[in-house]
Each structure stands twice: as structure tokens, then as C-alpha cells.
Design a protein around this ligand. Structure first.
Ligand code: DGL
Length: 265
């Protein structure tokens, strides 16, 4: 029996597309709704209380509207602050996105890793906990950047930014004591893999970038294993919490990700 219920991806903006893309590769037949809370963007400079109040309520409304089979909170800021509250509010599987410190620590040779996230994410106890559990023998340097989120949004609107802007974001990690030994950087905001080429070009030396997208895709495939899907491909839906959405220059990006329908909350 065909099951048309979608997988719902959620982020403040376009960042969650870095999680949607690897998931669609594994599950091309999955109907998807990509929800961007552009009305609340950016999350990274909000308080914990604001995120904790906004995200579970919004996901509750979206779950009612789209009846998803599974929700992916494709945002590190929302996940590190509100994942517990979202899971207790909703009676369906919820996959979160948290900084990929575990794989970074597993592959670092110098034992110095950088965590690049939003200001809100890098100050979370969740990150302390991941560092203690998985990177106890590493020096974990953190840097929060709201600018990099804007640079990623700009790129997906088709704008080209000054490479110096990426250099100055990275200086927030490399200029810290011990920063000259960083060999692995966790992209702990879903916007950042979207600009990994620009970051790599701006690095003073080659480093490995690690993000959670591919691991989340595998987790979603595992959780939906054996489920039924529509027999024919279903056009993906992009949902914005405020106008303008695609009108602001995202049309090409959305269609590249198979999101040919647009809705507003
Ligand atoms: N993409 C989000 C994250 O993973 C947040 C970006 C923002 O709105 O500041 O943290």
C-alpha cells in the first residue's frame, strides 16, 4: 500500500538542505516537506528561552498540517536546545542534528578539533557533554559565527561573497591558543556544509570538515526501513513561515533540491 506521508525537515533557513540532500540520495522515493522558519531566522543569536518556546510549538503546527511519518530537526541550534521538548510534545520519530564531535575526534590526528557553530550552539551544555564523552583527550576549540550563516544564505540566493569574509570567520578558530594544530573542523551548523568549498579555500592549511548530514541520512533510512512509499515520485514542498521565500532569490536552489511546490504558514 502506497504511503504518501512525507519526511518533514525543519531549519531556520536553507541550512537543512545540507541534511535533505544526502537523505534524498538514500531515499529518492520519499515525499519531503522542507520547512524553513524564515520568520524566526536567524536562530543562532536568539536566547535559549526563545528557541525553546518557538521550535516545539511550530513543529506541532507543522505536524498537524502535513502528517509526517518522521521529523528531522535539521538545525543544530534547535536540536541542542529543544530536541527533548520536541520529542515529548510529538508522538512520532524525531531525528535531531547535533555537532559531529564523535566522528571528528575519531579521525583527528593532532587531537585538536574546531567546532564551528552558531553562538547559541557553541555555548550549549550539550556540546560540553559531547566533548567529554567523545573527545576527552582532545583540545576542543569552539567558535560561533552569525556571519557564516548569512554567507551561506547569500550563496544559495546566488550571491558571491568576498573570500576574506570566510578567512575572518575561520580566524575565530585558528587564532585561539592551540588553533595552529587544528586538523579537523566540525561544521556544527547545517548552513556551514553549504559553504564548505569556500571554507576549504580560506583555510591556512588543509583540514578535514565533518558534518552530521550523511549520518542523519543513514539514520532516517534505518528508521523508515520496510515502510511503503508512493509508487511515483512526489514533488517536494518548501514551506516558509514568512514571505518572501523563493521570491527572495531561492527559486533555483529549491528546484535543484526537488522542492517544486511552495507553501506558507
Ligand atoms: N542552521 C542552523 C543550525 O544548524 C541555524 C542557523 C541560524 O538560524 O542561526 O544551527
Amino acid at each position: 500500500m502506497a504511503d504518501a506521508r512525507p519526511i518533514l525537515f525543519f531549519d531556520s533557513g536553507v541550512g537543512g538542505l545540507s541534511v535533505l540532500a544526502p537523505t534524498r540520495k538514500l531515499l529518492p522515493q520519499a515525499p519531503v516537506v522542507y520547512a524553513a522558519d524564515n520568520g524566526g531566522f536567524p536562530y543562532g543569536i536568539k536566547t535559549e528561552a526563545e528557541i525553546a518556546a518557538r521550535v516545539p510549538a511550530l513543529l506541532g503546527r507543522l505536524a498537524e498540517r502535513y502528517d509526517p511519518r518522521l521529523i528531522v530537526v535539521a538545525c543544530n541550534t534547535a536540536s541542542t536546545i529543544a530536541l527533548g521538548a520536541v520529542r515529548s510534545a510529538l508522538d512520532l520519530p524525531v531525528v535531531g542534528t547535533v555537532p559531529a564531535i564523535k566522528p571528528a575526534a575519531a579521525s583527528s590526528r593532532t587531537r585538536v578539533i574546531g567546532v564551528l557553530g552558531t553562538d547559541a550552539t557553541v555555548r550549549q551544555p550539550y556540546v560540553d557533554d559531547l566533548s567529554t564523552r567523545f573527545a576527552d583527550d582532545c583540545l576542543v576549540l569552539r567558535h560561533g559565527s552569525a556571519d557564516l550563516v548569512e554567507l551561506a544564505e547569500a550563496k544559495l540566493r546566488g550571491e558571491v561573497s568576498d573570500p576574506a569574509a570566510f578567512t575572518s570567520v575561520l580566524a575565530g578558530l585558528f587564532a585561539q591558543p592551540g588553533g595552529d594544530r587544528i586538523d579537523t573542523i566540525v561544521l556544527a551548523c547545517t548552513h556551514f556544509p553549504l559553504v564548505s568549498a569556500e571554507l576549504a579555500a580560506a583555510c591556512p592549511r588543509p583540514v578535514e570538515f565533518v558534518d552530521g548530514g550523511p549520518g542523519i541520512a543513514r539514520r532516517v533510512a534505518y528508521l523508515t526501513e520496510g515502510q511503503d512509499w508512493p509508487n511515483a515520485p512526489v514533488p517536494g514542498m518548501a514551506l516558509f513561515t514568512a514571505t518572501p521565500g523563493p521570491a527572495a532569490g531561492l527559486g533555483a536552489t529549491l528546484s535543484r533540491h526537488g522542492l517544486s511546490k511552495v507553501d506558507f504558514l
